[in-house]
Each structure stands twice: as structure tokens, then as C-alpha cells.
Design a protein around this ligand. Structure first.
Ligand SMILES: [Zn+2]
Length: 115
């Protein structure tokens, strides 16, 4: 079986707030990529892998995966670079489907500017 890369989005039920040198940083989403999304979720749940997800787990913030779509590193980066992951989150944005549909259309038509 081919290992299909998938990009996934995780929504935190409470914002994660971190003190950094210049002030507060908050995050309420994490976007990642994996060929085994299910196993990756298990990593996140057990506090392995990504530092943000580790911190979120340590603080006991509930979170849930909201979607995964076929795509590789370029797509993951494109999402992260928007800094607007809430726009693509069905929990935060009821009209997210519109964005996801647009994204799918662009991907299918080889649009370099994904989002
Ligand atoms: Zn959200």
C-alpha cells in the first residue's frame, strides 16, 4: 500500500498561551503532516513529537483533530504561513468548507499559491 502523505489540523479547546521574550504568544491550532495520521495523533496524545503539542498535552488542554487532507510538506507550510489556521477550522469558522473547497480546487488545478 502506498503511504499517502496527509496534512492535518488540530483544534485546541482552549488557547495555549506561552510567555516568550517579547510577550505572550497564543495558539489554538496545530497543523502537521504525516504518512500515518492515526499514529501521529497517538504521539501527540502521549506527549511525543512536536514541541507545541507536547506543551499543550502537558497543560492538559483538550484538543481534537478536525480534518486531514492529502498533501505534503509544501501544503503544510502553506497553511502555516497563512497564520490564520482558524479560518480553516470547522470548530472556529462555520464557513470553513468554502475555504477547503477553494483549496481543493486550487490543488486540483495545480495552483502554486495554495491558499
Ligand atoms: Zn479551531
Amino acid at each position: 500500500m502506498n503511504k499517502q502523505q496527509e496534512v492535518y489540523l488540530i483544534h485546541f479547546d482552549m488557547p495555549y498561551v506561552a510567555q516568550s521574550g517579547k510577550g505572550k504568544k497564543t495558539a489554538q491550532h496545530y497543523c502537521g503532516m504525516s504518512v500515518r495520521v492515526d499514529e501521529r495523533m497517538e504521539d501527540h496524545r502521549t506527549g511525543q513529537g512536536n514541541p507545541l503539542m507536547r506543551a499543550v498535552s502537558r497543560k492538559g488542554i483538550p484538543w481534537r483533530p478536525v480534518w486531514s487532507i492529502p498533501g505534503g510538506h509544501a501544503l503544510e507550510l502553506a497553511f502555516k504561513r497563512t497564520h490564520k489556521l482558524a479560518k480553516y477550522c470547522p470548530v472556529c469558522n462555520p464557513s470553513y468548507q468554502e475555504y477547503i473547497d477553494r483549496l481543493r480546487y486550487k490543488l486540483e488545478h495545480g495552483d502554486e499559491k495554495f491558499l
